[in-house]
Design a protein around this ligand. Structure first.
Ligand code: ATP
Ligand code: MG
Length: 386
């Protein structure tokens, strides 16, 4: 075998090595996600113990590489060359690859010999390669380096790479099941959705809207934001839930209107849990961020909700959330004007809500009935959900 002919792309697993017996299931979910992610491209795929090797057709190479950066469950991905797992071949090919590599400055040599039965070890690779580099005038330094070469040797093949990128990390989306995401289209909930996906949760978006009919909401920024998030995972379902009946009923709740709206949202999400085979509701709430997100309001709105409530942003600063939204790619769409139902609620919402008062108003306005009617009239959009 001779290296350098055809580059491949190696996807390295993140935390999957922690998974013990479930490892196989996680890898299968990852492979399903890879197939979805690379759909329309030409490539071959080999599954290994600690990595997946993608062999893209040259016409698909750059696009496979770009999309690999959007895959959860991958700790790193690299352009690599294969060679024989022999010390002489590894040294020769690595030296040649270093010589041809772009950029300037010294190399650090990282060698990992996963297959312990070879007659040489990682140190032998480093010593031999450093010597070869010296002869060819390629600078090498273990501490003051500008570039790196990675050599990993398995039983039948060695992989050599000078171009490794950090992956998104996390777990393959779907490997932790599904979650219901209360999705507002503001800055926060898209970031919360992204973090939920990062931990392997497949998103089911629930958006409450104030439009008289579904066609307007389907033409709004909400599906566009979901579209941006679907770059990270193609599979999702979204519910667009009308709120006009709730809004009429909630007029009586005065300064409690916003707390009741949040409660209505959580009740609606709770109703969808069984259908979506999920137990998790995710929100973009953050303690103290706005007047309504106080300790007592968060407590009042979630009483008796039979779900695991996850608020991934609860302790983040707004600037930290904004930085994440920019990196994810949702920020620009999030700040576009939109009349969210929250913004049309009472001007001075209660800060210290009384849980008993919340339950009383809830009974008065028949909140449970309103939530189940709202679910029935929701518009549903979905794409490649598992
Ligand atoms: P965001 O930037 O996500 O809109 P926010 O700081 O504006 O958050 P709120 O408007 O109080 O805060 O909303 C808090 C959370 O309530 C949101 O992150 C989201 O999970 C949920 N939420 C708000 N509005 C809606 C909506 N129209 N549909 C579904 N969930 C919503
Ligand atoms: Mg909002």
């Amino acid at each position: 075998m001779s290296a350098g002919k055809k580059p491949i792309i190696v996807l390295r697993f993140g935390e999957l090595w922690l998974r013990g017996k479930n490892r196989g299931d996680y890898i299968n979910v990852l492979i399903r996600n890879i197939d979805m992610k690379f759909s329309g491209l030409k490539y071959g795929l080999d599954k290994h113990y600690d990595k997946i090797v993608i062999r893209p057709a040259s016409s698909s190479f750059n696009e496979v590489l770009r999309r690999a950066g959007f895959l959860f469950g991958i700790s790193a991905y690299e352009i690599a060359y294969e060679t024989e797992p022999k010390l002489a071949a590894i040294t020769r090919e690595s030296c040649r690859i270093m010589k041809d590599a772009k950029g300037k400055g010294a190399f650090r040599i990282n060698a990992h010999r996963a297959h312990k039965q070879h007659k040489f070890n990682s140190e032998d690779i480093v010593i031999k390669l450093a010597k070869c580099a010296e002869e060819k005038g390629i600078p090498v330094s273990p501490r003051r380096y500008a570039r790196e070469i990675y050599i990993s040797v398995s039983k039948d093949v060695a992989y050599i790479s000078v171009s490794r990128s950090k992956g998104l990390g996390g777990l393959p989306v779907g490997s932790s099941g599904r979650c219901i995401i209360l999705f507002s289209g503001g800055i926060d909930s898209p970031v919360a959705a992204w973090l939920a996906m990062k931990r392997g949760l497949e998103p089911v978006y629930v958006h409450m809207h104030a439009f008289p009919n579904a066609s307007e909401i389907l033409d709004s920024k909400i599906p566009r934001l979901i579209g941006i998030l679907s770059e990270y995972h193609e599979g999702y379902r979204s519910y667009y839930v009308p709120t006009h009946r709730f809004q009429v009923a909630a007029l009586k709740s005065g300064r409690y209107e916003l707390v009741m709206l949040k409660r209505f949202m959580l009740k609606t999400a709770e109703l969808l849990l069984e259908k979506e085979k999920s137990r998790i509701i995710v929100t973009g709430e953050c303690i103290g961020q706005v007047a309504s997100q106080t300790q007592s309001n968060l407590f009042s709105e979630e009483q008796g909700i039979n779900a695991t409530l996850i608020r991934p942003l609860i302790c983040l600063d707004k600037m930290e959330i904004i930085d994440m939204a920019k990196k994810i790619g949702t920020f620009e769409e999030s700040i576009k004007e939109y009349r969210d139902v929250c913004s049309i609620s009472a001007k001075h919402p209660v800060i210290n809500s009384n849980p008993k008062a919340v339950l009383r108003i809830e009974n008065e306005i028949k909140l449970d009935h309103l939530a189940s009617e709202a679910v029935k009239s929701a518009a549903i959009v979905e794409s490649s959900i598992s």
